[in-house]
Write a protein that binds this ligand. Sequence first.
Ligand SMILES: Cc1ncc(COP(=O)(O)O)c(C=O)c1O
Length: 227
Amino acid sequence: MSFLSDARIVARALNKFQRLSAKRKGRVISQAPIEDLVADLGLEAFKRQGGLRGRKLSRFMDRYLASCTRLHHPAYMAHQVAVPVYAGALAVLVDGFTNNAMAIYEMGPAAAAVEFFVLNWMIENVGWVPAPYPREDSGTGVHAGGVLTHGGSLANLTALLAARTSLAPDSWKKGSPGDLAVLAPAESHYSVARAVGLLGIGGDALYELEVDCRERIVPDRIPAAFA
Ligand SMILES: Cc1ncc(COP(=O)(O)O)c(C=O)c1O
């Protein structure tokens, strides 16, 4: 048994799962009680003896996938979670296998290069000035930058943290000042209110922005909200 043979087992099971789901085979969702699933997946035995490889891995994959929500099924229409493309899943595999964190360049130069490039691509799409390569002359020195996060909640928290640091750099030492406010539409995702709480700005400092019939912020009404 080896990585390659186990990887083949997993890839085959996923391929079948995707193919059958796309052909409307299997239920979009089946929610057995969690204790039944824990028993059915044989987790207790794996915890005690290990051995999630080979034929046991194959059986496990079948049982696991039988209780997965089928996003590739044409009848799937719940939530906003995107139908995964396999290239993305392979990227997650490469990332998991190499485990190159990007906190420091030497921990993951290739991953950092991908992140840098993708961020600049996104920045250009927004119409901002992309970051120059570190060794390049940055001209005016004013450019956008960023970090990829693994989810929207973390993205909102990170963005508001960056905004707070810009407005009140002493916050790291002294905590959030009492006169900060965040303006957001009432319909904004609840993670915005969560982030405001986490940052110590306080939920009472979250002010609603007016939106039009298509839920877009009305720019003309922003000065009134500021006031
Ligand atoms: C606009 C918006 N912001 C944030 C989130 C939270 O994203 P995540 O579940 O990835 O943390 C979502 C997803 O529900 C969202 O739709």
